[in-house]
Each structure stands twice: as C-alpha cells, then as structure tokens.
Design a protein around this ligand. Structure first.
Ligand code: DX5
Ligand code: ZN
Length: 219
C-alpha cells in the first residue's frame, strides 16, 4: 500500500497567523500544503491568489498543491508557477472555460505535477480522455467553494474507477480526495483507493495538529 499523504487546506487556517499555521502543520507531519484558489465565478466564493501562494512558498519546503477553482485557468497558470506551485490541479467542467488538454500540457511544460479534478455532479466520463496526461486525479467529495461541508460517499465510485485505472496501467496516478475529510471519511476514501487526503476543518479546527494528521492516516 502506498503511503497516505495528508495535505492540509490552508483555507481553514487562521489567516492572521498564516505563517505560523503553515510551520505548525509542517511540524505536525503534513506532506503537502493545499492552496484553494477561488475566483467568485467558477465557484461562489473568493479566496486568495498568487501573492499569497508566493508567501506560503517562503514559509515551507513542503510541496504546494494548488487547486484552481477558477475560470480561464490557462491565463493564470504561469502566475501560480512563478509563485512556487509544485502541482496544479484544474477543473474539467465546461464552466471552467478553458481548453483542458492545452492547460494540462501547459502545466506539464512548466515542470509542475499535473492534476485534474471534477465536481460531485460531473460524470467520470469527462476526465477519461485525459487520464494518460495527468499525475493526479482529484475527486471532489463536496461541491467546491466552501470548507466545512459534509463528505459525499457516493463519490467513492469515482475513486474506485481511478484505482481500477491504476491497476491496468504501469504509470500510477495519485488519487486525491477533497472535502469533508475526517478520520472516518479518510478511512472510507483510503479503502476505496485514495492515497492523498486534503483536509481543512478536521486539521485546523483540531487542538492538536499532529494527532489530527495521524488520525487521518488511521495510524
Ligand atoms: C472545497 C475546497 C476544499 C476545502 C476542504 O471548496 O476545495 O479544499 O477547503 O475543506 P474541509 O476539509 O473543511 O471540507
Ligand atoms: Zn481543494
């Protein structure tokens, strides 16, 4: 079994002490830092942009996992690359208004890891044509836009399909889940084949970050 990676989403952190929050989750055993970028168009919320990602970059050596919930991702990818992203994940839905294949190549050419994601309502069929082009599939387990929502177990069908795809190919991709991840839903996700857990609320609202991260890994 591959090691389960934990990626705290700083969306749920205390922004007034963002630097310390990042140091604390790094000390607590986080593997990646997940940055949720929202534009108020593709999702109904606005979070932060490349300047904050650049600040996060200066706080940690951990890989920065940038999740773009935005329209026209192709226009903004270079700014997140310059800000220090290690992986960039874009949405497959037509509402994201970009040429998905082209944006994935753009991310690859920028030497970042290539991620693709789909909303709970989106059919797995939409990501299938791109499975050979990506390093990671992110299965959204809530509708994106806000932290603190409940996990949608029916999305495990997509995790299973990605895991099946991995079994049939020599080149394995990471399978990441995002939204409503707590120790119980982490266990369900891992059982179905996920190996990267994004968690905001269950880490940053916990008193002890190290314990919260261990509990997510079911250690
Ligand atoms: C959803 C974001 C998530 C979210 C996770 O819009 O993509 O990364 O912040 O937060 P929790 O863990 O609180 O569901
Ligand atoms: Zn996210």
């Amino acid at each position: 079994m591959p090691k389960v990676l934990v990626a705290p989403s700083i969306l749920a952190s205390d922004f007034s002490r963002l630097g310390e929050e990042i140091h604390e989750v790094e000390q607590a055993g986080a593997d990646w830092i997940h940055c949720d970028i929202m534009d108020g168009h593709f999702v109904d919320n606005i979070s932060f942009g490349p300047a904050i990602v650049g600040f996060v970059r200066k706080q940690t050596k951990l890989p920065l996992d940038v999740h773009l919930m935005i329209e026209h991702a192709d226009h903004y990818v270079p700014r997140f690359v310059d800000a220090g992203a290690n992986s960039i994940t874009v949405h497959v839905e037509p509402e994201a208004k970009h040429d998905v294949g082209k944006t994935l190549r753009q991310i690859r050419d920028a030497k970042c890891r290539v991620g693709l994601t789909l909303n709970p309502e989106t059919d797995f069929k939409l990501v299938e044509p791109f499975m050979d082009e990506i390093d990671m599939l992110l299965v959204m387990t809530v509708h994106p836009g806000f932290g603190g929502q409940s996990f949608r177990p029916e999305q495990m069908e997509k995790v299973k399909r990605a895991a099946e795809w991995n079994r049939s190919r020599p080149q394995k991709i990471d399978i990441e889940v995002d939204g409503g991840i707590n120790p119980e839903t982490a266990r369900v996700s891992i059982e179905n084949g996920a190996n990267v857990l994004v968690a905001g609320t269950s880490i940053f609202r916990a008193g002890d970050y190290a314990k919260a991260i261990r509990d997510l890994r079911n250690e």
